[in-house]
Design a protein around this ligand. Structure first.
Ligand SMILES: *Cc1c(COP(=O)(O)O)cnc(C)c1O
Length: 396
């Protein structure tokens, strides 16, 4: 009899275990928010991407219910066939208004938006330059496109320039890919400098605003707005699943770009349209982002308070004993670098005992192990104090 063709899976899992890289899901009961029920205990939630606390907001829930009652649960087909509803177009226009672009196109997730956009915009004759810390969806979109893909050093404009000087000439189109807020570090890309290089070397730029939209910029339009790049020629993508508290993704830019994607992005053409409930919830979230700037201001106050407390208790010298150091951050994503995967798991367990839920992130998601803390507008200073206290009590 032939060998079992699935026999390789078990030893592969053992290897993952041995590196402390094994992952599993954790069940959260009930409503999402600044506190949640985890393993039937109430904990403070520093692990969600729901930066504005909208996923549990009554207005999003009511909008989703109304859409369900009007349109049903599924959109029943691809957008080009039977899956297009008035809500989809309203949402696309609302995103374009927020981003100050001519148009936008809504995908079923941010991951699909990146796969679809990157692979539609580039092909075998083209070059993609990608920040080494970019999100998985950008990296896989680049692979899918068939273009030549080169990584440049994280946020390193000099390295990007060197690679453009060396390689740009030999390719037809060139696309530069970058997260705006890096999802596992919380730092921002040098967007203005990247756009200057793009001008000089005739490159397109796609910036991933998954963690910027609703969070950064005076109107919540994102990092592009915060860094003064509104209106410059570029492709902005993002997700409806983070600060917008729903599900789905989008690409915003010129009308021609959006029209092209409607004709060429396979992950939009050949997939079912976003559900009416998710679409309506995202639309309600955009209205809140537009009308309630105080939420954003409150979020940034909480982030400043956390950073101040971390700097006070865990600065480079003070934290030598603690075994972790804060990484520089300009966003609600705040990370503590930890020695190794075993220690970050132990730290995560300790925090959970103390009633704090924060993400222990390990390779291969990130090159080094870290505790990833995300702040929400709905956290209180007292909840941040509890986090600091628990961190100080950790004995590695
Ligand atoms: C979460 C995320 C995505 C994917 O968005 P989804 O809507 O969750 O699929 C893409 N890019 C970055 C940087 C992200 O953090």
């Amino acid at each position: 009899m032939a060998e079992n063709p699935y026999a390789w899976i078990k030893p592969s899992l053992s290897a993952i275990d041995q590196a402390n890289w094994r992952r599993s899901v954790q069940e959260i009961q009930g409503m999402s928010g600044a506190t949640i029920s985890l393993d039937h205990r109430t904990v403070i939630n520093f692990a969600s991407n729901d930066y504005l606390g909208l996923a549990g907001d009554r207005r999003l829930i009511d909008a989703a219910i109304a859409a369900l009652q009007t349109y049903g649960s599924g959109s029943t087909g691809s957008r080009l066939l039977s899956g297009h509803r008035p809500l989809h177009r309203q949402l696309e226009l609302a995103i374009a208004a927020l981003k100050q672009t001519e148009d936008s196109i809504v995908f079923s997730s941010g991951y699909l938006a990146n796969l679809g956009a990157v692979s539609a915009l580039t092909g075998r004759r083209d070059l993609i330059l990608s920040d080494q810390y970019n999100h998985s969806s950008l990296k896989n979109g680049a692979i899918l496109s068939g273009a030549a893909v080169l990584d440049y050093a994280h946020c390193d404009v000099a390295d990007l320039r060197r690679q453009l000087e060396q390689h740009r000439d030999r390719h037809r189109r060139c696309l530069i890919l970058t997260d705006s807020v890096f999802s596992m570090d919380g730092d921002l890309c040098p967007l203005a400098e990247i756009l200057d290089l793009a001008d000089q070397f005739e490159c397109m730029v796609l910036v991933d605003e998954a963690h910027g939209t609703g969070v950064l910029g005076a109107t919540g339009a994102g990092c592009v707005e915060q860094l003064g790049c509104t209106g410059r020629p570029l492709i902005q993508m993002g997700t409806l699943s983070k600060a917008l508290g729903s599900l789905g993704g989008y690409v915003a830019g010129s009308a021609e770009l959006v029209d092209f994607l409607r004709n060429r992005a396979a992950t939009w053409i050949y997939t079912t349209g976003l559900s009416p409930a998710d679409t309506a919830a995202a639309l309600a979230a955009i209205a809140i982002i537009r009308d309630e700037p105080d939420r954003r201001a409150q979020l940034h106050q909480r982030v400043a308070y956390l950073n101040y407390q971390l700097a006070t208790h865990f600065s480079q010298s003070a934290s030598a004993d603690a075994g972790f150091t804060p990484l520089p951050s300009q966003s609600p994503i705040v990370c503590l670098q930890v020695k190794d995967a075993a220690m970050v798991l132990a730290l995560g367990q300790h925090l959970k005992q103390a009633g704090i839920f924060a993400a222990a992130v390990r390779p291969p998601t990130t090159p080094t192990s870290r505790l990833r803390i995300t702040v929400m507008a709905t956290h209180t200073d007292a909840q941040i104090d509890q986090l600091i206290k628990a961190l100080r009590e950790y004995k590695g």
